[in-house]
Design a protein around this ligand. Structure first.
Ligand code: ADP
Length: 448
């Protein structure tokens, strides 16, 4: 298949399309997964911050007395709280401080701001020089001077007696989150081309697999066209040679003319036979059922064949016998002419491929609502390696001998096609030098 430019190109195109479509699907799936992972993490993060802020808010409000005033009780609740005057200001997380459970990982910070938004105290990690933000938003995502992102929630704090105290900000670094999503992105970016490579290779293989039957029928058509052209060329060349040689003869006798016409007629007959066989085969390729089906009595068809071919058997010195093993007539639904053609081809083959003194038997039997017709001969037989091919169009085991018998290699192909359109089948058993048995099975229409 790869030697044919058209098929190679089509296979490549198919593989590229498969890989392209799969690439888009995989890309969309990867993007969807990435978004789902990011969303799930973001939700968890929000819930954590909300829960920490809520707990702190509920614990702090009962101890706050004056707006923007830090009561000692606040320091008890947040032990590592650092006010602006203390030296601990801007300290970095050492990994040893533990304020409340949620802060212990070191990614969290708590900030207390007065009503104007000035920082009063901080606990946990303090992001370096966070940009000014719009305090009206409850949720904010900020980036510090180092480029680290932080996510925080802001809640308003009231004093014990309901006056505004300031606000509480609880936030956490998004470094861990960003690193994780970055890793997921890298895995996907590396994984996608690798997966595409796999998909591309599989697509190439699958495209080849899918195109195999198309290529086979293309090859068969090519072979058939070449064989048909070859078969048609032989009689045409013979006619032309006969005419050419006769044109060179100066004085024609009447015998010469008759001889020439006989040769032309013989070749013409061969041509017409070939064309008729080809037409019949192509018609059978197109239709599933026999032409104008009607009940046919196989006993009658067999007698007709025997009668027609008796002269040939006599001429070839082959004994032709018929054995009807059923008491009643066997009826099948089909086209009598086609069934006649089927049996005629088999019996004439049997006679032609059986040496003088041999025997050809035509048997009619029935079993399991099937008509069984056998054509047995004691002829030359067929080699096992040829048995699978003898039903192919234009196939001849021994071309020279077959051509000598006038065969074109279409007889068995036609027999098989006729059996098939009659919902039956044809099988062959043969042994070289011993003879052959062709068995046809057809569904019985009615047993009288
Ligand atoms: P042809 O017209 O050449 O006989 P067929 O299609 O009828 O073509 O048969 C195909 C080939 O099968 C023949 O060339 C012949 O070699 C082989 N064959 C068919 N029938 C017999 C048989 N009864 N005994 C031996 N060989 C046979």
């Amino acid at each position: 298949m790869n030697h044919n430019q058209l098929f190679r190109q089509t296979r490549l195109q198919l593989a590229c399309w498969y890989a392209g479509v799969m690439g888009v699907i995989l890309g969309l799936c990867g993007w969807g997964m990435y978004e789902a992972i990011a969303h799930a993490h973001w939700m968890t993060l929000d819930r954590e911050l909300e829960s920490v802020a809520g707990t702190l808010h509920d614990s702090l409000e009962p101890v706050l007395q004056e707006p923007a005033q830090l009561e000692p009780e606040v320091g008890r609740l947040l032990p590592d709280l650092c006010t602006q005057n203390e030296q601990c200001w801007n300290r970095k997380f050492t990994g040893k401080r533990h304020a409340i459970g949620a802060l212990h990982q070191g990614y969290y910070y708590v900030r207390l701001l007065d009503l104007t938004g000035n920082l009063i105290a901080v606990a946990g990690v303090s992001p370096d020089r966070l940009p000014e933000i719009e305090r009206a938003d409850t949720w904010q995502t900020l980036t510090d001077s180092q480029g680290t992102r932080f996510h925080q929630i802001s809640v308003v704090l009231h004093t014990e007696n309901g006056r505004d105290w300031g606000s509480l900000e609880v936030g956490r670094s998004l470094k861990e989150f960003d690193d994780y999503l970055g890793a997921v992105k890298v895995i996907m970016l590396i994984g996608l081309p690798i997966a595409l490579l796999g998909v591309g290779t599989a697509s190439w293989g699958l495209a080849g697999f899918a195109m195999q039957p198309i290529y086979q029928s293309y090859h068969q058509i090519q072979q058939f066209t070449a064989d048909a052209a070859h078969e048609l060329r032989t009689p045409l060349a013979a006619i032309r040679a006969t005419i050419d040689s006769n044109l060179r003869v100066e004085n024609f006798t009447i015998e010469d003319i008759v001889e020439t016409l006989k040769t032309v007629d013989r070749q013409n007959l061969r041509l017409s036979q070939l064309v008729n066989d080809l037409l019949l085969l192509s018609r059978m390729d197109q239709q599933e059922l026999p032409l104008k089906p009607s009940p046919c009595c196989l006993n009658d068809v067999i007698s007709d064949v025997e009668e027609e071919i008796a002269a040939l058997a006599l001429a070839e010195d082959v004994k032709l016998t018929t054995e009807v093993r059923v008491q009643q007539g066997v009826q099948v639904k089909g086209n009598e002419e086609e069934l006649y053609r089927l049996l005629f081809n088999l019996v004439s083959n049997g006679i032609q491929y059986t040496p003088a003194g041999g025997e050809v038997t035509l048997i009619l039997d029935a079993s399991d609502r099937q008509a069984i017709i056998q054509v047995k001969d004691t002829g030359i037989g067929i080699h096992s390696q040829d048995l699978t091919r003898i039903f192919d169009r234009f196939y001849r085991v021994d071309s020279d001998r077959a051509r000598h018998t006038g065969g074109s290699g279409l007889g068995l192909a036609l027999a098989k096609a006729i059996a098939k359109t009659h919902q039956g089948n044809i099988q062959v058993q043969s042994e070289l030098g011993q003879g052959s048995v062709f068995t046809i099975r057809l569904p019985i229409l009615e047993l009288r």
